[in-house]
Every structure is written in structure tokens, then in C-alpha cells.
Write a protein that binds this ligand. Structure first.
Ligand code: NAD
Ligand code: MG
Length: 402
């Protein structure tokens, strides 16, 4: 076998959400391959000092902040550092750097619904889109997948479970084949509260919820992992990415976080992807696919891990997982309603205004309100999102802190 390295024309990468956890992991991978990737644009919400550091280090053509005030501050910091990056602001600029003709790859790593429009801009422009921002796909489902189909964009999952499923599927001529698949098995660590007495869950704090036993992530997804809503969102994500029915998606608690997910075939074969819990693995895989490249993750020491265990999820303790399935079964706009209510409830919990156990109550009440019309366009989804947030905020205001 030849070990000669292949020459590559560097690809331009836009990294949406550069200052977050996925952003940091992505930049770590990109920095290992300067011959293959060049950073075109970096974006952030309000973390100006952090984005300034990244601009000085990676010299992107553009940096985008959420608003004019943050952009002004970033410009000042970059002037001081003699950095020539052009600073832009606002939602339109986010979409522009996602669809720019010079961009090859867009890494969608903004958290929540805020990432929907720029992610969709990249999809519609036919870019190679690496999707971490699961909320964008959960909200729009069929609309998102239709846009992928129409534009011919190459959509690659970054979520470790979906990346593992992608890697475990049979491929002919680079086309992913679903024929012969019985089920996909999504693994979940179970979060920090897997064994905590239910009464104690009433009083857990945001900091306790954000200490994840396996992964180090942003605060919103950490809370989602603690409630298991993250797995509910991932069930919906899997339905769309792999065109499987809800009955074909099973969630399995796997506390070690080594088996990242599995595909169960009709002949009884189960194919899994294993690795250390390190997001650089799916990021490097999706960037280089169909090739392979170094990610920086250490090799898996199976003897050190010694045992791998699997359990059924406790849906009594974690109702958010069931809510995810229910939203998928209800279809239409319900996943967008679930996502909007969850984003509001998690923000209120992180703000100390809502008890941990009330997150599921707020989501269930918002979904149960009735009258949610089908949303068949992006605009209709965004309208539903706004209405669901209003309703969820009202539900939050009715509840005491615990
Ligand atoms: P994070 O909170 O660490 O980072 C979020 C990024 O989005 C930051 O750069 C922030 O500046 C930006 N952002 C936030 N709100 C914004 C707004 N209104 N407008 C523009 N930019 C905004 O989050 P994260 O953990 O990196 O997660 C990012 C996404 O990836 C989420 O959708 C999450 O579910 C998904 N994901 C994360 C992990 C992980 O290991 N962290 C794993 C799988 C999937
Ligand atoms: Mg995941």
C-alpha cells in the first residue's frame, strides 16, 4: 500500500459559531491540516475578545458578530492587533459568509434556532455542510432535506451518534444505502443525573447539570444531555438524516461513551463505530470524507476501557426523550414547537428562573396547547417558532422556580 501523501487544493471553510465548543474542536483539526484547509470566515455571537484571538491566529477573510456594537468592539481589537480581517455584523452577514462563492465547506456550529438561516443559506448554495446545529434540522425536517436534495449539497453529520451511523452504513459508489437496515441504535451517556434520586432532581443547579460525565460541551447542549432532550432531538435528527421511521430508532444508554452508535441490519449484523469521546473524530471524518485524516484524538485503548455496558433509558425519570418521539410522531410543525419551548425552558433554567424538572413540563404544555398548524415553508416554521416561544415563556412565568 502506498504511503505517499496526496496533494490537495486548500478548501475555504466558514465556521459558524467559532467561539463555541464545536468551534474550538474544529479549529484544532483545521490547524493540523493547513495544506488542506484555509479559514474563510469565523463567526460569534458576542464573545469579541475570544473571536479577536481567533482572528489573530487564523487570519480569516471575514469575521461576523451578531450585532453592530460587538462588531465595533471587534474592529477595535483587530486594529490594535494589526489584523486585516474584515468585520461584519448581523444575520444577513452570517448568511452571506455561509453562501459566498469562494466557500467550499461550512461548519454549522451555532447553537439553537439562531443557526437555522445561515445553515440553510449554506445548504441552498450547495456547499459541503457539516451539521452540528441539530436544532436547525429538527425545526425544519422535510424542508431542510428537500433543500439538500435540490441544491445537491453534501450534508455530513457532526453529531457523534449520527456520524457513527453514517460510518456504519453500507456505501456503494459513495451513495449511502439504507436497504437492509433494521434499526439504528443511538447511544446516550445518560447524563450526570442517571442515578440521582428523583427528589434531588428538583433542586439541581445549572452548574451541576452542565458537568457532563463524558463530553465537555456548551451549556445548552449540556442541559439537554442532562434532561435527555438531547437524545429526543437526536431521534428527530436521525429520522431526517437517514430517512428512517421513528420505530426504527432505538435509544440505548451506554455510560462509557465509547460506542458512538450502531446500525442493526436485517441479517442480524450490527455495525458500530467506536472511539474515544472526542468531537475532533467526527469533525475530521466529515471534513476529509471519503478520505481519512489525523484528528488529534488519541487511539482507543480498549483494555483500558475494559467493559462496555448498555441499559434501557429511564423514561419516567427523563420524560424529554418521550416528548422527542411524540413530536416526531405528531409531525408537521411539532418538532419546531418542541425545540422552541425547550430552548426557552433551558435558557430560563440556566438563568435560575425555572427548576430542572419543569423543563419537560414547559415543553409538554407548549406541545399540548393545540392549534399548531402545519408549517411547510421556512417562514412558516419561523412563525411557529416565535409563537411557541411566546407560549413557553408564559408557561415558564406561571411556574415557581422548582
Ligand atoms: P456553544 O454554546 O459552546 O457555542 C455556540 C456558538 O454559537 C458560539 O460560537 C456562539 O457565539 C454562537 N452563537 C450562540 N448564539 C448565537 C446567536 N444568536 N447568533 C450567532 N451566533 C450565536 O455550543 P456547542 O456546544 O459548540 O454546540 C453548538 C451546536 O453543536 C449545538 O447545536 C449543539 O447541539 C451541537 N453539538 C455540540 C456538541 C458538542 O460536543 N459541543 C456535540 C454534538 C452537537
Ligand atoms: Mg450527540
Amino acid at each position: 500500500m502506498s504511503t505517499a501523501s496526496v496533494a490537495h487544493t486548500p478548501q475555504n471553510v466558514t465556521l459558524l459559531g467559532a467561539t463555541g465548543s464545536i468551534g474550538a474542536n474544529t479549529l484544532d483539526v483545521l490547524a493540523r491540516h493547513p495544506d488542506r484547509y484555509s479559514v474563510f470566515a469565523l463567526t460569534a455571537h458576542r464573545a469579541t475578545a475570544r473571536l479577536a484571538d481567533l482572528c489573530l491566529r487564523y487570519s480569516p477573510r471575514y469575521a461576523v458578530m451578531a450585532d453592530q456594537d460587538a462588531a465595533k468592539e471587534l474592529k477595535r481589537l483587530l486594529r490594535e492587533g494589526h489584523c486585516s480581517t474584515t468585520v461584519l455584523a448581523g444575520h444577513q452577514a452570517l448568511c452571506d459568509v455561509a453562501r459566498d462563492a469562494e466557500v467550499d465547506v461550512v461548519l454549522a456550529a451555532i447553537v439553537g434556532a439562531a443557526g437555522l438561516k445561515p445553515t440553510m443559506a449554506a445548504v441552498l448554495a450547495g456547499k459541503k455542510v457539516l451539521l452540528a446545529n441539530k436544532e436547525a434540522l429538527v425545526m425544519t425536517g422535510q424542508i431542510f432535506m428537500d433543500a439538500v436534495e435540490t441544491s445537491g449539497c453534501c450534508l455530513m453529520p457532526i453529531d457523534s451518534e449520527h456520524n457513527a451511523i453514517f460510518q456504519s452504513l453500507y456505501r456503494s459508489d459513495q451513495r449511502v444505502e439504507m436497504a437492509g437496515v433494521r434499526r439504528v441504535l443511538l447511544t446516550a451517556s445518560g447524563g450526570p443525573f442517571r442515578h440521582m434520586p428523583v427528589e434531588r432532581l428538583e433542586t439541581v443547579t445549572p452548574d451541576e447539570a452542565c458537568i457532563h460525565p463524558v463530553w465537555s460541551m456548551g451549556r445548552k447542549i449540556s442541559v439537554d444531555s442532562a434532561t435527555l432532550m438531547n437524545k429526543g432531538l437526536e431521534v428527530i435528527e436521525a429520522r431526517w438524516l437517514f430517512n428512517v421511521s421513528p420505530e426504527q430508532i432505538e435509544v440505548v444508554i451506554h455510560p462509557q461513551g465509547i460506542v458512538h452508535s450502531m446500525v442493526d441490519y436485517v441479517d442480524g449484523s450490527v455495525i458500530a463505530q467506536l472511539g474515544n469521546p472526542d468531537m475532533r473524530i467526527p469533525i475530521a471524518h466529515a471534513l476529509a470524507w471519503p478520505e481519512r485524516m489525523v484528528s488529534g484524538a488519541s487511539a482507543l485503548d480498549l483494555l483500558g476501557v475494559s467493559s462496555l455496558s448498555f441499559e434501557r433509558p429511564d423514561v419516567e425519570r427523563f420524560p424529554c426523550l418521550t416528548l422527542g418521539y411524540q413530536a416526531l410522531e405528531a409531525g408537521n410543525a411539532m418538532p419546531a414547537v418542541l425545540n422552541a419551548a425547550n430552548e426557552e425552558a433551558v435558557a430560563a433554567f440556566l438563568d435560575g428562573k425555572l427548576g430542572f424538572r419543569r423543563i419537560a413540563d414547559v415543553v409538554a404544555a407548549t406541545m399540548g396547547r393545540g392549534g399548531w398548524q402545519p408549517a411547510e415553508t421556512l417562514e412558516a416554521v419561523l412563525e411557529t417558532d416565535a409563537r411557541a416561544r411566546d407560549f413557553a415563556r408564559w408557561e415558564i412565568s406561571k411556574r415557581k422556580k422548582v
